[in-house]
Design a protein around this ligand. Structure first.
Ligand SMILES: [Zn+2]
Ligand SMILES: [Zn+2]
Length: 120
């Protein structure tokens, strides 16, 4: 179910998957200004345990990305041996790999496959 969060081809699936995470995390957002920071959201009280807070921040963060940046920003690495999930924070929103390392690995493989012509 949660795997659908990172399938931008399935917009309705992304929404229902993020909603399921929000329900599971039972977030209770509050605007806070502690330590003279700008007003910002906490998804659970600081008294909540660490696992609950991680779940809440993850669910809330994914919801923000989905609603404000669009589902195309949530994807999976296109290197077939990887398929790790990522949030695309690039300026142009055209990320295809989880890391530059995966992108470089794929580029080297493409380059090598072009070079593999039969030798005389
Ligand atoms: Zn804070
Ligand atoms: Zn990857």
């Amino acid at each position: 179910m949660q795997a659908r969060v990172f399938d931008p081809q399935d917009s309705a699936g992304q929404c229902s998957a993020v909603n399921a995470l929000l329900v599971e995390a039972t977030i209770r957002p509050r605007v806070t200004t502690h330590d003279s920071l700008q007003p910002h959201l906490h998804f659970l009280p600081d008294s909540a345990d660490a696992l609950s807070r991680v779940k809440a921040v993850t669910a809330g963060g994914l919801a923000f990305v989905l609603c404000w940046e669009g589902g195309s920003r949530l994807g999976r690495c296109t290197r077939s041996a990887c398929s790790r999930a990522y949030v695309d924070t690039s300026r142009n929103g055209r990320r295809r790999y989880c890391t530059a390392r995966c992108g470089n690995t794929e580029a080297v493989m493409r380059h090598r496959s072009r070079q593999s012509y039969p030798k005389p």
